[in-house]
Design a protein around this ligand. Structure first.
Ligand code: GRF
Length: 215
């Protein structure tokens, strides 16, 4: 079984979805540690209750990004993970850190990348008036919220949506696609080769999503 380390900064609902998938027997991984850069991250408590080793490394205690990333990498590498999963980890990572984990560092972002990298994705999607929004799981590259796409889920943007309703709709999909992506990796079906995603799963090409959809 593959070992994974999960990095969080806050609520940790994506982390919980991964723990739940593992507990349901749908995700054959050892979650060897959960690490946060914020001591008050709610997800740390949840992980500890699930019997997972937790650590926090306060980024404010370091002189700069390089020093923080070096300490973070040392902590991660102590667990010898096959995969590092960013689940709401709100830090920009240095190029050296990202290169060190090339092909074994994944992120989830709450938009259909390459649209809306960065913060406030749901508000920006509403302001742009897009009809389809969603989330993306990708391998991490040194560019923020960028990198080879593993899986995406789309949701409709509905009249009357606000940031809360839209983010909740997207989050439900995040909790589906992240365990799926990690599962493919754990099963050896997913890799990064020459900067491209290689996925050897049986996929159904019949789905289309057209928004708005009439009932
Ligand atoms: C999610 O929307 C994720 O896509 C983004 O940050 C949020 C984290 O939520 N990167 P949670 O901590 O997993 O609940």
């Amino acid at each position: 079984m593959k070992n994974i380390v999960i990095l969080i900064s806050g609520r940790g609902s994506n982390m919980e979805a991964l723990i739940a998938a593992r507990d349901a027997g749908n995700l054959p991984v050892n979650i060897v540690a959960v690490i946060s850069n914020r001591p008050e991250a709610k997800g740390l408590e949840t992980a500890a209750k699930a019997g997972i080793a937790t650590h926090y490394i306060d980024h404010k205690a370091f002189a700069g990004r390089e020093a923080f990333d070096a300490a973070l990498a040392e902590c991660i590498d102590g667990f010898a993970p096959d995969l590092v999963v960013l689940a709401g980890f709100m830090r920009i990572l240095t190029e050296g850190f990202v290169r060190h984990y090339e092909g074994r560092l994944m992120n989830i972002h709450p938009s259909l990348l390459p649209s809306f990298p960065g913060l406030h994705t749901h508000q920006r999607a509403l302001e742009e008036g897009v009809r389809i929004h969603g989330c993306t799981v990708h391998f991490v590259t040194p560019t923020l919220d960028h990198g080879p796409v593993i899986i995406q889920a789309a949701v409709p943007v509905l009249d009357g949506d606000d940031e809360d309703s839209l983010s909740a709709r997207v989050l439900r999909q995040e909790h589906q696609v992240y365990p799926q992506a990690v599962r493919w990796f754990a099963e050896g079906k997913l890799s990064l080769e020459g900067g491209r995603v290689r996925l050897s799963a049986e996929l159904d090409d019949s789905a289309a999503f057209i928004s708005p959809v009439l009932r």
